[in-house]
Write a new protein. Sequence first.
Length: 112
Amino acid sequence: MTGFVQPWILLILTEAPVHGYQMVEKLRDHPDTASIDPGFLYRTLRQFERDGYVKSTWDMGAPGPARRVYEITSEGVEYLHAWGEHVRGARERLGRLLHAYDTYCRSKGSVE
């Protein structure tokens, strides 16, 4: 699951800047990321910030303690596009493999 959390984080950040708790809520609303560990999310956000894909600022205007708000950078958008192309290519390769497998099964009379 963790392999696809990264692009989901970036995709969510394309909608609007959010603080970590909001990100956890959004990820938990999606079946592919519903079991997100908040610690993993925050480690990933910190790594993304070091890599230049995300930047953060402190929101001091909201009631309660200050919250770190994350937003995607132009480098993060480029990285997200690279993920999309990677997944698209993997889907095409998997499609070819499944087609070859189905052809094999049909030839053996064992289509599942």
